[in-house]
Ligand binder design. Structure first.
Ligand SMILES: [Zn+2]
Length: 377
């Protein structure tokens, strides 16, 4: 058997895992190293690192000053001092190449990265991968520069103690935008509002203004005087009541702005564990009409049948679920309900709910089945 090799540079070369580690593990944060190499290995040689002179997709000692790059000193491609005292880089730019022709990975191709504690949605760049705890540089810096965990449970290692994932509504700008306009029950925001209480809504307004209405606003999740002024500007331009707060009418304007900015989230396939927003449910081939139909319309409702007939013939459609949030995941070989609960981070006491939502105790779970775990509270 030939050992796998991995593309580097513009995918014009391929190197062994040992060589990949020799070149890129030094100076890398150990938690990142613990995750990225097994993930790259799990991809079987499809992905590697697009590290090319001039824009260094690995560790950068000099940050390019050009559009699309973080300001010098604020890139995770550069060495950063973490709370532990570790000084290291912790980001890669990926390349896909199987025949010397390079391209960026697709969202679908990086869909397994979260299982390894990595994510690729930072700045909407599917090639940029970093530790899942770290979102933007500013947030990380403000939070005291926490190290990514050395205990992230990698596939094949025992799962962590069950805990309910918080923040099912957490907002990850800008890729989560697509569902915010669908939420018709947004809180009214006034000066003084903080995102800790408002689940990303303050930042959403700031991003909408920043990207879609002239900018000039700090995107910090904190509703201060500057934001109140920008909201007043917006209200003046759109000729609605000018009060500097964000109520239903102003939300309408914000959503309108955002609708012009966002494209629906890729990927074509749902990630392994999908957080399901209160508004939408992603139907995949193999999904169960009876389950999703009942979730949407309630048991015995004619709408459930209509839904099954009209939507389930088509793969990968999203349908509205008005009130329920949760997580969805795909059954893996050998997994039973307890293993799945542990994987999605639900306590064993959630078993009755699991049965309720997934066809009862009598349903056999097969690899590839999609199951759903509603979150309560
Ligand atoms: Zn990058």
């Amino acid at each position: 058997m030939m050992a796998a090799t991995y593309p580097i540079g513009y995918a014009t070369q391929r190197v062994s895992m040992a060589e990949l580690k020799r070149r890129y593990e030094p100076h890398m944060h150990p938690a990142m190293a613990r995750r990225i190499f097994p993930w790259v290995e799990s991809m079987g040689g499809l992905v590697g690192i697009k590290d090319v002179p001039g824009c260094g997709g690995g560790r950068r000692t000099v940050q390019p000053i050009k559009p699309g790059f973080a300001p010098p000193g604020k890139s995770f491609h550069q060495d950063q001092r973490f709370a532990s005292g570790i000084v290291a880089y912790s980001a890669w730019d990926l390349v896909v190449g199987t025949s010397g022709v390079h391209r960026s990975p697709t969202w679908a191709e990086t869909a397994t990265a979260p299982e390894y504690g990595l994510h690729t949605f930072i700045s909407g760049e599917p090639w940029h991968i970093q530790c899942i705890e770290i979102r933007g540089w500013g947030t990380w810096d403000r939070n005291g520069r926490p190290d990514p965990s050395m205990d992230f449970p990698l596939p094949g290692t025992p799962p962590p103690p069950p805990q309910i994932p918080d923040g099912a509504l957490q907002y990850n700008p800008p890729t989560d935008w697509w569902w915010f306009p669908l939420d018709t029950n947004k809180p009214t925001l006034r000066e003084g509002a903080q995102d800790a209480q408002f689940l990303g809504h303050v930042r959403y307004v700031q991003d909408a203004i920043f990207f879609g209405a002239g900018g000039g606003i700090a995107r910090d999740g904190s509703f201060g005087p500057q934001m109140a002024q920008r909201v007043r500007d917006l209200q003046t331009v759109f000729d609605i009541g000018v009060d500097g707060g964000v109520g239903p009418q102003t939300w309408g304007v914000i959503d309108l702005i955002v609708a012009g900015l966002v494209k629906p989230a890729d990927p074509p396939t749902a990630p392994d564990i999908e957080q399901v927003s209160p508004c939408r449910y992603w139907v995949r081939p193999g999904d169960s009409p009876w389950a999703a139909g009942v979730r949407v319309y309630g048991s015995g409702h004619a709408g459930a049948e209509a839904l099954a007939a009209s939507l389930f013939a088509a793969p990968n459609v999203r349908i509205d679920i008005p009130t329920i949030k949760g997580v969805k995941t795909t059954v893996k070989a050998g997994e039973g309900p307890y293993a799945i609960l542990a994987r999605v981070g639900a306590p064993a006491s959630a078993l009755p709910a699991f049965y309720d939502w997934n066809g009862g105790e009598q349903r056999s779970l097969h690899p590839g089945d999609v199951v759903y775990m509603p979150l309560t509270g």
